[in-house]
Design a protein around this ligand. Structure first.
Ligand SMILES: Cc1ncc(COP(=O)(O)O)c(C=O)c1O
Length: 395
């Protein structure tokens, strides 16, 4: 049993059940494919789900189980499932909630692979996909139909940092019998708990802040309904096979212990970075929910405990000039992914989001030269100095 109720305590202790073997302080990495039974009767009871005995690590493993219980506690959910990647979590959750003839409504701007899965792969299985501007709940109210079984979005959105009102969207979806799935990767449960705001499932690329160190690919899904999690795990994860390695789970348990600390520091650096960019004469627009001038700020202030550390911006210049700025950065590494200790920079519409057409980028109110920053944990003066020297290429 965990003593404590605060996030910092739960991220270190939640889900502990019993002394570890040899009373090890940290949960061992149960690096085993199968678990043995003392008798066929014991095996029979485990296969019938009458006991919690472990069978095979594609379905269940003690190191993963601790991570799942801990994440469920942090997200305010009943239970969780660990996956091999964020995309394994997203694709499995969507497949588990949709069948041919159904429809998903997703926000028009999404992480590139989620967008591709929804727009191009689900329709191959007879599942309709509609993209809409979910920053305005009235758009959802007008678009939703009896075929809509799932409403899917990220908030803050990658890479536009738009904010979607989770409670308002969830109210509309619930009235129409649709499930709400929120990608909580950018905020993490430290800053935002979608399930408490009415969402049914929170999904994560745990590759990002939950790991925090850029050394694993991992995903998680958390839900309020423990029966649904059982169905997702044994009806989908187990059959589709995108299972997390126990070693990855152990690294994530380690990452979670410092999540609150890291997020507070990431956010401070991001706020200082966004404020610097907003003051810079060659920066046209800054996308950061923590800026009072940002359109989603009021909703973010209501539904988040902090604004996160992802910042996008447009320079006052051409696409070529924005590439020159990116190429000149030294401390910021030019790389996809986010949430690492290292500050990272990328050009989403040339990299992670390159499937979007110019018309789709314009319809989302963005420009092809958008620069996205994952503000890291270096000293903020060094982060800002790097941006300052890179932007001086425009002088
Ligand atoms: C918001 C968001 N969701 C999901 C994913 C996919 O996660 P993974 O790369 O762990 O499969 C990413 C990856 O960048 C992401 O940024």
């Amino acid at each position: 049993m965990t003593a404590g109720r605060h996030f910092e305590t739960l991220s270190i202790h939640a889900g502990e059940e019993e002394p570890n073997p040899k009373r090890a302080l940290n949960c061992p990495i149960f690096m085993t494919a199968a678990f043995s039974f003392a008798s066929l009767d014991q095996a029979d009871a485990a296969f019938a789900f009458e006991t919690d005995d472990y069978v095979y690590s594609r379905g269940n493993n003690p190191t993963l189980r601790l991570l799942e219980r801990r994440m469920a506690a942090l997200e305010g959910g009943a239970d969780a499932v660990a996956f091999a990647s964020g995309m394994a979590a997203i694709s499995s959750v969507l497949l588990s909630l949709l069948k041919p003839g159904d429809e998903v409504i997703a926000h028009r701007m999404l992480y590139g692979s989620a967008w591709n899965f929804i727009r191009n792969i689900l329709p191959q299985y007879g599942i309709g996909a509609r993209l809409a501007d979910l920053t305005d709940p009235r758009v959802l109210a007008a678009a939703i139909s009896e075929k809509t079984r799932v409403v899917y979005f990220e908030t803050p959105v990658n890479p536009s940092l738009e904010i979607i009102d989770i409670a308002a969207v969830s109210r509309i979806a619930r009235e129409r019998g649709a499930k709400v799935v929120v990608d909580n990767t950018f905020a993490t449960p430290y800053f935002q708990r979608p399930l408490e705001l009415g969402a049914d499932v929170a999904v994560h690329s745990a590759t990002k802040y939950i790991s925090g160190h850029g050394d694993v690919i991992a995903g998680l899904a958390v839900a309020k309904d423990a029966e649904y999690i059982q169905h997702l795990k044994f009806g989908y994860l187990c059959e589709l096979g995108g299972v997390m390695s126990p070693f990855t789970a152990w690294l994530l348990l380690r990452g979670l212990k410092t999540l609150a600390l890291r997020m507070r520091e990431h956010e401070r650096n991001a706020r200082l970075t966004a404020e610097f960019l907003a003051r810079h004469p060659r920066v046209k627009k800054v996308y950061y929910p923590g800026l009072a001038s940002f359109p989603g700020h009021a909703v973010a202030a209501r539904q988040m405990r902090g604004f996160g550390a992802m910042v996008s911006f447009d320079i006052d210049g051409t696409v070529e000039q924005s590439k020159a700025v990116v190429n000149r950065l030294k401390l910021f590494k030019l790389a996809v992914s986010l949430g690492d200790c290292e500050s990272l920079v990328q050009h989403p519409f040339a990299m992670t989001h390159r499937g979007y057409s110019e018309e789709e980028i314009a319809a989302a109110g963005l420009s092809p030269s958008l620069i996205r920053l994952s503000v890291g944990l270096e000293h903020p003066e060094d982060i800002i100095a790097d941006l300052e020297q890179a932007l001086s290429v425009l002088n």
